[in-house]
Design a protein around this ligand. Structure first.
Ligand code: 1DX
Length: 183
């Protein structure tokens, strides 16, 4: 994944727990990179090792960390260079979700090593939808829960999200039931 992802993890840990904790996590993950370059590709394994090490050091489960990171990502990318792109991608939670594939297509033009996931909304009703998430990567379902909650904050919308299909349990793709209520 692009370095932006590892940099975001670094920022989240440093802001909440401080630099020493981050150094400890990096050491445990056996990562010797001093500075992640946002626009450079890194092995997915590096990100997975960071999450595992953070889970041990912070005493949180990997899925708690991935969920917190998903929430953080929405705010982080709007503040770290991608605010305009985020602003163009919708004014409501369902609109943003519907535009995510377009957003990734746009990023992919400039960054061809992007391996974008796909998000599809079905069963769209007044205050609920089914979100289908397809990725080239395993085990990011809990991050999606955090991402959608982060979008809820962004649009001042109450979100209730429940995973209804899980690829870790043999399903073809991850699926979520999203109930929302704009304030
Ligand atoms: F609900 O499933 C809200 O590296 C959401 O595989 C979901 O393949 C917002 F570094 C620039 C760059 C670069 C901008 F400059 C990424 F290249 C992308 C910014 C999306 C904002 C996807 C990150 C692929 C890296 C799913 C989890 C990964 C999607 C991460 C969240 C808005 C983003 O993001 C998976 C990669 C951006 C960029 C957004 C993602 C890769 C998302 C969301 N994805 C790189």
């Amino acid at each position: 994944m692009y370095g932006l992802v590892n940099k975001a993890i670094q920022d989240m840990v440093c802001t909440r727990f401080g630099k020493d904790t981050w150094q400890e996590i990096k050491l445990k993950a056996e990562i010797e990179v001093d500075v992640f370059i946002s626009m450079e590709g890194y092995p997915d394994d590096m990100t997975h090792r960071l999450v595992k090490a953070a889970s041990v050091v912070l005493g949180l489960s990997p899925s708690e960390i991935m969920q917190a990171f998903g929430e953080f990502w929405v705010q982080y990318t709007s503040e770290e260079g991608y605010g305009e792109m985020m602003d163009m991608s919708g004014d409501t939670l369902p609109e943003f979700l519907e535009n995510l594939d377009n957003l990734h297509a746009r990023v992919g033009i400039s960054f061809p090593k992007l391996s974008p996931p796909s998000f599809e909304c079905t069963e769209m009703e007044e205050n609920s939808l089914s979100l289908h998430y397809r990725s080239t990567r395993d085990g990011l379902g809990s991050m999606v829960i955090g991402l959608v909650k982060g979008l809820g904050k962004r649009f001042d919308t109450e979100v209730d999200i429940l995973q209804t299909q899980n690829r870790d349990e043999g399903a073809e793709h991850d699926e979520f039931l999203v109930k929302y209520k704009p304030n």
